[in-house]
Design a protein around this ligand. Sequence first.
Ligand SMILES: *Cc1c(COP(=O)(O)O)cnc(C)c1O
Length: 407
Amino acid sequence: MVTGEFDRPAGHIAAPAVPDLAFPGGGTGEEAVLRQLEDRLANNKYDVSKNFAITYSGFPAAITRKVEELTAGRFFVEWAMEDEPGTMSLERECVAMMASLLGKGDASGFITTGGTESNIAAMRLARNIGGRDDAEIIGPESMHFSFRLAAELLRMQVTEVGVDTESCQFRVEEVEKALSPRTVGLVCSAPAGLFGTMDPIEEMADLAWRKGLYLHVDAAFGGFILPFMKDLGYHVPPYDLSLPGVSSISTDGHKLGLLPIATGFFLARDASVLEAVPTEETFIHTTSSTKPGSRAASAWATMRHLGRTGYQESTRHVLGVRDVIVEGVTSIPGVRVVTEPFITVLGFTSDTVDIEAVHKHLDAERWGHTYDEIRGLKFIRLSIHPSRTEDAGRGFAEAFRVGAERA
Ligand SMILES: *Cc1c(COP(=O)(O)O)cnc(C)c1O
């Protein structure tokens, strides 16, 4: 299941079972432990290099391995920033670099653990600024499930406007119609996680501006590719803090930014937005506290090392891999993309080929992908990490062809 952001699970999801295992008595030799660990990792369904299923399955920039060694024992957290000014300055500079990348050089913000924490931060600010106990936010049903998680934590309401299953688009008029006196904010995605479609952000920003509402743009996927796509000449509609109606934006470094997992960025238009966090009580602005120094250092080092040109190169590469796959798979009779791919997430479907049978073949050949069905639409979804190769893309498309021929 990949689509927590779109459809609901069929029922209550039980917590993963815990095996019967006691805390170890004596220690085990390092070599033996590492061997056991390798065996365990081999149980994973797909090899990292053949995994197109989930963006997280990718290798961070090579420099981050060296950064890990250099930053052993380092950490960063607001309440102890005077203890680790060196590490903290890396985090501050990362925020500044991201702010300049995402449309407003003087934006303020934090490194977070990812899109979920960033979206919770946005909902909290919208609620606190809105100043209501019965606060509601409105967004498309294609928004990430973390907004519903935030609503549950923050005792807010979420009103969802419908999206068309295949185009994944919603209508801003519907959002406007849904506004109520309880509405404190709006959310939208750049792009949405399911098939990577862009929400109508300019129109949402305009609505938020006219109504004086908080607007958060969830650019978990887009923040590390849209700016570079624009550099490369792709048409990218405005989505970031350059739109005056956008109050905050977040992005994940661990999706397309080549950063280690659990690196996200939350940016508010300016520092005054962050005054809505009651730090008199909470000490810190974020909902996670102490984070490894390697997270800030890896982000800082990778951004400095690759620079804009390096990320342009990585963007050109990952879109090239995508195009190899799309060309190969859509040349199979009867197979089409669900919606025209914009970034690196996409879905394939068919009215004539048994997509579930193709999925079983791809699984047997251990090509990572996800298979799902939403409202009768059966599809195979891919989310491509920049460390995948064109060769792997060709291999995947070929396996898809064989699967379709046998189906
Ligand atoms: C992945 C994703 C998130 C959640 O990010 P995590 O890093 O898993 O917390 C939120 N929104 C969108 C659009 C995403 O794609």
